[in-house]
Design a protein around this ligand. Structure first.
Ligand code: MN
Length: 256
């Protein structure tokens, strides 16, 4: 019997962020959608989980009829864990995390709560997609939401290997109807001017972490390069960080 895919949606910008609302609008046309997302912004919380205090869950109705949604006072990983393990016993088919405000390219993925929401899905044994808007402010999320709806069906059709997720970055369409897609690897991204040094009203110095990304396009298939050229970037990510190359060489080190 034909059954709609059941998508678990989360994000790190919080359940009120415009990106997650556009994502749900796009997905609900082709899938059953359940949302479990942080009740406030949790950007750059990476794969943190909350273990030193309880988690509170509140029903959330602003996605409208037919979308079950809960806001959690925790991280994206907490949300996916709760959704899968405890509180929604229903089986999900796929996890989609986003649409993040701002890109998650290269080394960004190590800090990203958006990517970690998807990683938690993979750890739970589900296929997962992280999707980010490669732009800030009044970004038009519609192209990204349409692509997410297309991609969940491709993932259903092809499946994803174990411990693997897709990291997607979508640039602003700028009038283009459909953006071209490029399959990429993680590029190199470093930040300069990382700390903004300021003075508070009482004359005490403080620091605000921000920074300007510097991309090093040393490979033609880097995600950073693809997005800068106006492509939707799709990067397969694997959870095993083991270095195969050094693993072999390390065996020849004299540890004794
Ligand atoms: Mn974010």
């Amino acid at each position: 019997m034909f059954r709609l895919l059941h998508v678990l949606v989360t994000n790190d910008d919080g359940i009120n962020a415009p990106g997650i609302h556009k994502l749900v609008e796009g997905l609900r046309e082709v899938a059953e959608v359940t949302v479990v997302a942080p009740d406030r912004e949790m950007s750059a919380t990476s794969h943190a989980i909350t273990v030193t205090r309880p988690l509170r869950v509140t029903e959330y109705r602003r996605f409208g009829e037919g979308v079950i949604a809960y806001a959690v006072d925790g991280t994206p990983s907490d949300c996916v864990k709760l959704a899968v393990d405890v509180f929604m016993k229903k089986r999900f088919d796929i996890v989609v995390s986003g649409i993040n405000s701002g890109p998650n390219l290269g080394t960004d993925v190590l800090y990203s709560g958006t990517v970690s929401g998807a990683i938690e899905g993979v750890i739970s044994g589900l296929p997962a997609i992280a999707i980010s808007a490669a732009g800030f402010g009044d970004f038009n999320y519609e192209g990204a939401a349409r692509f997410a709806a297309k991609l969940i069906n491709l993932v259903k059709h092809h499946g994803l290997p174990e411990d693997t997720l897709l990291n997607v970055n979508v640039p602003e369409a700028n009038g283009a109807k459909e953006l071209p897609v490029k399959v990429t690897r993680l590029g190199k991204r470093r930040y300069t001017n990382v700390f903004d040094r300021r003075t508070d009203p009482r004359g005490r110095e403080y620091f605000w972490l921000a920074g300007d990304p510097q991309d090093y396009h040393d490979r033609p298939d880097a995600d950073t390069l693809a997005v800068s050229q106006g492509f939707i970037s799709v990067t397969p990510l694997h959870l095993d960080l083991t270095s195969e190359a050094l693993l072999r060489e390390l065996n020849s080190w004299d540890f004794d």
